[in-house]
Ligand binder design. Structure first.
Ligand code: SF4
Length: 474
């Protein structure tokens, strides 16, 4: 059985453990800083155009989400017109049942997979395994995670937490159980590791009759689906098998082919820090004599329409899964992806997972707090998702659901003080007088905040007092 996030502890506990793992922290620091620097270089070279592209990306996505019902129906018609079959799945169980049924119909017991967040979200591999079907991940990082019975820790680079030596060990120990073994003299040289996976995967590509993919985008007008990737494994899965099943979240739609012009510039620059990605595969229904002759599109809701109903939170559905917000996040860099307890880690995970799953569990209600609210995620997001705004919005919901009267009273008090110059002055004078007795650690539940930090010293005079005294020439 593949590993699962089920049963993971809430973020504060998981993060505490994660920061103690110095090897993972080292791997993450190195990887995120490398990708971050590459992204900055290729974004900066566009100058002001970048902000215009970003605004256009935001506009297209917002427009599409506002008219999603219309574009979904248009996509369905286009795919059917091109010879494909469309299935609607309201949740993970329904999607897994549809996919299992489609594979069983072919008589096959194994499938190759293109890297797909949607299939991870619905835990498709586990569902297929329970039905006696083996799913082989073909993206290199996904393969490493699968062979290592590990969990993905990054949207784009699921094995980002692992170093080369660890990957070599996994290949040597586990590859043989899944197919062609790694050569016994395998080194941790990246070329050797890539070659071992290439040889291992090629056998699977050549014998598999069914492939499962996701899609980065689905074009409503033409029914075309797109996958952007770096290794070519996706291209193999999308062209060689006889049956192709694509599982796509309903938010992945763009209205027209020409809208892709914007996203083809935004996505590679934000994700891998490249001007364009090495492989962009597109497919439209079925083409006689060329590629899979049986094509199925499974459109997945799984909580997305609930997210759409939230006027603040719905912007999370604009996400194009570039992972720039993960790579820039100071929290993610230190704790890694597993601490978020979900396939969507980092800042986007902190707002998407609790909205998709609801905030009824301790794991989900802790996620909106997994951020320092520094705003770096918003700055880099290519579709301008205001992640801090959604985080605060979700925190408000958590506080409301728990009836946190003290938090509300505290905020009302803060509003009264900061809303009046007289009140602020009075409080600052009182704090200045009491500075000698202000504790370094707060009592009660607020003490959690000072467990890991000291309260700052209260100055003898406030800035206003200092300024007024200076003006008075005293
Ligand atoms: S929220 Fe924005 S930056 Fe983060 S993965 Fe999604 S599109 Fe990229």
């Amino acid at each position: 059985m593949s590993a699962t996030f089920l049963g993971m502890p809430p973020f504060p506990e998981a993060a505490k453990r994660a920061v103690e793992d110095s090897r993972t922290r080292h791997n993450l620091h190195k990887a995120t800083h490398t990708i971050r620097a590459k992204r900055t270089r290729v974004v900066d070279e566009l100058g002001d155009d970048w902000q215009r592209l970003r605004a256009e990306g935001e506009r297209i996505k917002t427009h599409t989400l506002r008219h999603l019902d219309h574009y979904l129906e248009r996509l369905e018609e286009s795919v059917q017109r091109a010879g494909g079959t469309v299935h609607w799945a309201s949740d993970a169980a329904e999607a897994n049942a549809i996919i299992t049924r489609l594979i069983r119909r072919t008589g096959e017991t194994e499938v190759v997979k293109v890297k797909s967040m949607a299939t991870q979200e619905i835990e498709l591999n586990n569902a297929l395994e329970a039905a006696g079907i083996t799913a082989y991940e073909t993206d290199l990082a996904e393969l490493i995670v699968q062979l290592g019975e590990d969990l993905p820790s990054h949207i784009l680079v699921p094995a980002i937490h692992l170093g080369r030596a660890q990957i070599r060990e996994i290949f040597l120990q586990r590859m043989g159980e899944w197919g062609r073994p790694a050569p016994p003299d395998l080194t941790d040289d990246p070329h050797a590791l890539a070659e071992a996976s290439r040889v291992h995967l090629r056998e699977l590509f050549l014998r598999s009759k069914v492939a499962v993919s996701g899609a980065n985008f689905a074009v409503a007008d033409s029914g075309t689906l797109l996958v952007l990737e770096s290794e070519g494994n996706g291209r193999m899965c999308l062209t060689l098998p006889e049956t192709l099943i694509s599982v796509v979240g309903i938010e992945k739609i763009v209205p027209t082919w020409s809208d892709l012009e914007v996203f083809m510039q935004l996505l590679p620059r934000s994700s891998t820090g490249e001007r364009m990605n090495p492989y962009t595969s597109t497919w439209t229904g079925v083409t006689p004599g060329d590629g899979p002759q049986d094509f199925h599109l499974v459109l997945l809701d799984n909580g997305r329409t609930d997210v759409l109903a939230d006027t603040v939170g719905r912007q999370a559905l604009r996400c194009i899964r570039c992972s720039a917000c993960l790579n820039i996040c100071p929290v993610y860099e230190r704790v890694g992806g597993h601490a978020y307890g979900s396939v969507y880690p980092g800042p986007i995970g902190a707002i998407l997972t609790p909205q998709l799953q609801g905030m009824s569990s301790k794991v989900d209600e802790a996620l909106p707090y997994a951020s320092s609210l520094c705003g770096a995620c918003y700055e880099v997001c290519p579709v301008a998702i205001d992640i801090p705004e959604v985080l605060v919005h979700l925190r408000e919901k958590v506080a409301e659901s728990k009836g946190h009267v003290s938090e509300k009273a505290l905020m009302a008090g803060a509003e009264a003080v900061f809303g009046s110059a007289t009140a602020l002055d009075a409080v600052q004078r009182a704090a200045g007088l009491a500075r000698g007795v202000v504790p370094r650690h707060l009592p009660g539940p607020a003490g959690k905040w000072t467990d890991t930090r000291d309260l700052p010293d209260v100055p003898a005079r406030s800035f206003r007092q200092w300024w007024n005294e200076r003006e008075d020439g005293r």
